[in-house]
Design a protein around this ligand. Sequence first.
Ligand SMILES: [Zn+2]
Length: 407
Amino acid sequence: MYGRPTVLRRWNEQAVFGRLLREGPATRAQLAVRTGLSAPTVGKVAEALIEAGLVEECDADAVGSTGSPAGASANAKPSLIVGRPGRMLRLSCATPRVIVVQLGVRHTRLAALPVAGAAEDRWDTTFETSTRPSLWSKRLTSAAETLSIDAPWAVMVSVPGVVDEAGGRVLLSPNLHWSAKVDVPAIVAEACPRWNVPVLLVQEIRALALGEQAMEPASENFLLVDFGEGVGSAAVIGGRLYAGPLPLSGELGHTPTPGNERPCGCGGVGCLETLVSRGGLVQTFGQRMDIASPSWTALAAHVKHAGVEPWLTEALDHAASVIAGAMNVLGVGELVMTGSLMELGDPVTDALSEAVARRAMWSRFGQIACRWSSRHWSAGLIAAAIDRVLMPVDGQRIRLSGQETSA
Ligand SMILES: [Zn+2]
């Protein structure tokens, strides 16, 4: 149990930090108005957050006028003068503090990011994901040596598949089987002993939903569906990432579709993702066009020329039915879609958006909002780091390296 002053201090820090996170840079006076805290309290909290390295001061003219908080603060220059009244506060963007790792089916990418994150994904280094964990670990060691970060606070690893985030385990990974047979956080910690900080797993699709939310803070209720090597989804409800009672949610890619006999990496048969993942679409394209070794590039070129042919409409309709079902259950009217389908062009993405809108029940009462977005891994992994390590809602902020703690 924490004493009352500790709890109060933590709430106040949450309130001030949360405003800066969601609304971008602000003066202490503005923060006092927005949080309802007294000016002296905001002053004390601000000093503690600055001392902790989570927040920094900046000039008003160094702050971008538009865009997301992440974008505005990432583009601003660090301040040189400290403590002058009336200056703006923002999330720290001068010093890299969090290492983000995207363990993808084909590539692994790394970046060292400040608390403010990055508006767009910019990776410091990339390597090919190995089919063996031992080789992946060796490649990770080499890649880690190229990162310029002195004292990281956390390592956030995005992994595809079904992930028990609290337990730090991959339960099932239909497209990257080895990750479910090993202790991924332990492999990362052993491969990079110099980091010596907590290694936390984030389910890939949840990282993408958190990233979308960080970039579009006004969107508080949406379903995000990503199309890539697999098909996954995650929902944000009431501004929070939705979590079911099982360590499994949003797995709409593994919903069997009628008439589909393809085996899936999950062990099932006829899953949606065997039709509309990259590999699934390429397979159908090859079968329909009678091409011995079809490729994604050939498919994209064909679709640009031939448009949305019946076989593709059929696959998109299956996806639309499953997505509309999820929206009906969750009660959300906003759909964000990301991933490789966008590479096939507007006729394809429009066809899927329209097919979902026709099927989702809310269309009979109001309007379904469908949009296509870039993936925002960096923003999502930083958001996860803030939630779980830097500013956890239901736990004490960790003592970060090189940081004094105020009594
Ligand atoms: Zn499956």
